[in-house]
Design a protein around this ligand. Structure first.
Ligand SMILES: CC(C)(COP(=O)(O)OP(=O)(O)OC[C@H]1O[C@@H](n2cnc3c(N)ncnc32)[C@H](O)[C@@H]1OP(=O)(O)O)[C@@H](O)C(=O)NCCC(=O)NCCS
Length: 174
């Protein structure tokens, strides 16, 4: 892995277009791995969703339960990580009371330069500061490069499996 100079900072609303494009880069990658499971959403739809979701939270010191961080290289946003805190209530079976869920994507042309690792490190600092005892994330079981990235460079371990069964779409009868 090569390393490049990066600034990690909190996202602002002016990053929303770049964040959308990076998210779509991630979508294209997942689609290339499994075309039956994944879909590449329309850019305008994703942008409208991001504006609605993040307009109130991006750029604030802390969206109470999370933060969005971006990696900037030579003045351009090249990666993004969302951190969402989950508070597990007392009836939960889990020992961990607060966990931080990560959602990360790096611009296609900037993968393999340490951007993802730097974003995870910054997310970890933020999460710990806000009481999280564990970080977690979901990825597609066939995304071996990403799984390798989480395990080899970022000390994650696989702790669960999601099982799925496609259902037939039954037509409603009158
Ligand atoms: C997975 C991802 C976030 C990692 O970020 P990154 O900045 O490329 O990772 P780093 O440069 O810090 O670490 C590089 C390591 O990540 C792994 N890696 C995973 N996907 C990679 C990719 N598409 N290109 C290059 N390296 C990749 C490799 O193991 C690499 O190590 P190596 O160079 O020794 O083989 C990023 O590659 C990405 O957005 N991939 C496409 C979308 C995706 O798979 N998202 C996962 C959703 S959970």
């Amino acid at each position: 892995m090569k390393n490049v100079s990066l600034i990690i900072r909190q996202a602002t609303i002016s990053d929303i277009e770049a964040i959308t494009d990076i998210y779509l880069d991630g979508a294209k990658y997942q689609f290339s791995l499994n075309k039956k499971l994944y879909n590449i959403p329309n850019r305008e739809v994703v942008l409208a969703h991001n504006k609605k979701q993040h307009a109130s939270s991006l750029g604030k010191t802390i969206k109470k339960e999370g933060i969005t961080l971006v990696a900037e290289h030579k003045g351009q946003v090249v990666g993004v990580i969302g951190v969402t805190l989950h508070r597990h209530e007392e009836h939960s079976l889990l020992r961990v009371k607060v966990s931080a869920e990560l959602d990360i994507s790096v611009k296609e042309t900037m993968r393999g330069y340490g951007v993802g690792t730097k974003l995870i490190q910054a997310a970890e600092v933020w999460a710990q500061k806000h009481g999280a005892e564990r970080m977690m994330l979901h990825t597609y079981v066939g995304n071996e490069r990403a799984i390798n990235f989480y395990k080899k460079y970022n000390q994650f371990e696989v702790i669960g499996l999601v099982l799925a069964k496609p259902l037939k779409n039954l037509k409603k009868t009158a």
